[in-house]
Ligand binder design. Structure first.
Ligand code: 5RP
Length: 232
């Protein structure tokens, strides 16, 4: 297996091992969380885990949960989320994140933000000293506001690209029916300030800065061909 896939698999397994019976789980989106969902499903099928309900953060998470036999619920039906497990595109030393590589950050922020405990599952390539250094910041925008929001983000110093579909002509459409602008900043000095400033632009639904939400980071690494997981 290629080393990145191996790291993702092992970190997903480590997160799934932390799930306890009787909990409401936030089910994140992306290729790393997909492994966690798979292993949670395996623990449920073997009887090692009981009485789990998942709140999916995307269509993808919902499909995977059903495929692996994890019962689903909604935010209308639960008072709390005990544990959320989700990936990230960048993680800084203060546990602040950039998310939205899968265009799911709006629902992810709602679900992950409600969780009592939020475990982030990443491979070591996602660790950065400063957010924005390797990854463009995803911003979900109402389609009618793409032009003015693009101008406002450019005025903030960002280089803005409308995210385009793969195997689909035209832009990516989110699970909410909106579009995504990927905004490259040189580096983000004040993540909390930028999160609020961007969300204050009319037409913006949510951006991918997750500030002060993560409680634990599980990092997958490969050393001498062997995958290890460390907790930050
Ligand atoms: C989706 C996300 C993902 O969690 C993030 O892009 C990481 O994905 P992967 O585990 O595939 O690298 O934020 O919106």
């Amino acid at each position: 297996m290629d080393p990145v896939k191996l790291m993702k698999q092992e970190v997903g397994r480590a997160a799934a091992a932390q799930v306890q019976s009787g909990t409401i789980l936030g089910l994140g989106t992306g290729s790393t969380t997909a492994f966690a969902i798979q292993f949670i499903g395996e623990r449920l099928q073997s009887g090692d885990l009981k009485d789990i309900k998942g709140v999916p953060t995307s269509f993808q998470a919902s499909v995977l949960a059903k495929q692996h036999g994890i019962p689903l619920t909604t935010l209308d039906e639960v008072d709390t989320i005990h544990l959320a497990i989700d990936g990230a595109d960048e993680v800084d030393p203060q546990f602040n994140l950039i998310k939205g590589g899968g265009a799911a950050h709006t629902r992810e922020k709602i679900v992950d933000g409600l969780a009592e405990k939020f475990i982030v599952v990443v491979d070591s390539s996602k660790l950065v000293d400063k957010l924005g250094t390797t990854f463009a910041l995803p911003v979900e925008v109402l389609p009618l506001a793409v032009a003015p929001v693009t101008r406002a983000l450019t005025a903030l110093g960002g280089t803005v690209d409308l995210r385009m579909g793969v195997k689909k002509d035209g832009p990516v459409i989110t699970d909410q029916g909106n579009m995504v602008l990927d905004v490259k900043f040189a580096a983000i000095d004040d993540p909390a300030g930028l999160e609020a400033t961007i969300n204050n632009i009319p037409g913006v639904l949510e951006n991918g800065l997750f500030i002060g939400l993560a409680t634990e980071i599980l990092v997958g690494e490969v050393k001498d061909g062997k995958a290890t997981v460390r907790s930050l």
